[in-house]
Design a protein around this ligand. Structure first.
Ligand code: PLP
Length: 442
């Protein structure tokens, strides 16, 4: 006698809700930009936030040797404890002493900073709750939260105040279902760096409303001259901070997937439950590669300061170069970053009537000049585009020249707004011809 436990007669294999609701806004937008570069010009991608893309920036020998040595160890081949090998966590605790008093037990290793962010979002928020993220801000938060039914809310950053947080807006977004505020400092995509005073103001909002902070510090220490890096956890009096970091950007090894969460909870507000929760969640994939875990103490200990200084000097020089060049592009307003490896550029879209938004602008820039910048939509911020500053200098110079040509070819001044337009045309150093109701630049 056959026993039937299931009535289904036909095959029906469906993707889960989590799978269906998980999207990466950057990928989605970039894949929808169906445009071919100009075949006569080499494509220059200013869009990819991976400092290894062009091969001009490489980790120092000490870092490579640490991994070679690790490969030889039999202890780098087995499973590590799910929150990471003790020695590796101890090394992160020591390396991160500027963030506050940290013990190895406060550290959980993760597969890149993305995994660290996933751990902290999922430990703090239930489906139906919300986390508040900066706008413009990096899109991984949507990717990780939405599929789980966690709602994303935004607080505005102020482009004319070096992308500081609009504190009133931040506070107005907080409600009873808010599980965390995300602070990305230094910022992707803005390149802003918050000083102690501003971080204190953000902490005051969090403290008043009893909301923990997720500190995305993957660009920690990526600071241009004249600025100082402060970890938000180091000045928090009461607000618990879950700091997410890793090797990815500072050590130029995004593919090695080594990240971490550091728990800062001076007043024991998170208690055992959050620590245990993070521990449970870490068991889902048992941490990052043991090879990199075993190499981590040497990487963090022996990387020379001169390496960090050289990388930062290069990126800051690129920022200055791009800023000086693109200020001459009519209709664009670059905003000089203070750190990280990006620059945001405002596109005064009304000067480019051919384009209905920055995606059109970016598409045509690819098809005519073979320069690809990331449209602001990727960061929920229309009328801007983001460029990366890690590309080689000659390519950066060439890309800026092409962007300037593109703007000059497409900008249109309106007769009715002559006074404002005059200001913009002054920086174009090109001939301006008036004909009835439009002013053309040639
Ligand atoms: C602000 C920010 N957070 C997190 C990440 C993810 O880092 P990882 O590659 O280590 O997962 C990135 C990567 O670009 C980033 O820009």
């Amino acid at each position: 006698m056959s026993r039937r436990t299931r009535s289904r007669q036909e095959w029906e294999v469906r993707a889960s809700t989590l799978a269906k609701k998980t999207t990466n806004p950057i990928r989605r937008i970039v894949e929808n930009l169906q445009v071919e570069p100009n075949p006569d010009k080499e494509l220059i991608a200013l869009s990819i936030g991976d400092p290894t893309t062009f091969g001009n920036l490489n980790p120092p020998e000490q870092v490579l040797q640490a991994v070679r040595d690790s490969v030889e160890l039999h202890t780098s081949r087995g499973y590590a404890p799910s929150k990471g090998h003790y020695e590796a966590r101890a090394a992160v605790a020591k390396y991160s002493a500027h963030q506050g008093d940290i013990s190895p037990d406060d550290v959980i290793l993760a597969s890149g900073c993305s995994h660290a962010i996933e751990l902290v979002i999922t430990v703090l928020a239930e489906s139906g709750q919300n986390i508040i993220i900066p706008r413009p801000g990096f899109s991984i938060y949507q990717t990780l939260a939405l599929g789980l039914g966690i709602i994303i809310k935004y607080y505005n950053l102020l482009p004319n105040k070096q992308w500081k947080v609009d504190l009133d807006d931040l506070e107005s977004q907080i409600d009873d279902d808010t599980a965390a505020i995300v602070v990305i400092n230094p910022s992707n995509p803005c390149g802003s760096v918050y000083d102690k005073e501003h971080l204190s103001e953000i902490l005051d909002v969090a403290s008043r409303n009893r909301v923990p902070i997720i500190a995305d510090e993957i660009y920690e220490h990526f600071i241009f001259s004249g600025n100082k890096y402060t970890a938000i956890s180091s000045i928090s009096k009461d607000v618990p901070v879950l700091s997410c970091g890793g090797l990815t950007k500072r050590f130029l090894v995004p593919g090695w997937r080594m990240g971490w969460v550091i728990i800062h909870d001076r007043n024991d507000i998170l208690g055992k439950e959050i620590r245990a929760g993070l521990m449970n969640l870490s068991m889902r994939i048992v941490g990052p590669s043991a090879i990199i875990q075993r190499a981590l103490p040497a990487i963090l200990e022996y990387t020379p300061q001169s390496f960090f200084d050289d990388v930062l000097f290069f990126i800051e020089s690129q920022a200055k170069l791009a800023y000086d060049e693109l200020r001459r592009a009519p209709g664009l307003r670059p905003i000089m970053p203070e750190g990280a490896m990006y620059m945001m550029i405002e596109i005064k879209i009304s000067y480019f009537p051919e384009f209905s938004n920055e995606c059109d602008f970016v598409e045509r820039l690819v098809s005519e000049q073979s320069v690809f910048c990331l449209p602001g939509q990727c960061f929920d911020y229309p009328n801007y585009m983001r460029i990366v500053l890690t590309i080689p200098e000659d390519k950066m110079r060439e890309a800026c020249q092409r962007i300037i040509i593109f703007c000059k070819e497409h900008i249109v001044f309106s007769e009715k707004r002559k006074d404002i337009d005059k200001e913009v045309s002054m920086k174009t150093d090109v001939q301006v011809i008036c004909d009835n109701d439009i002013t053309r630049v040639v």
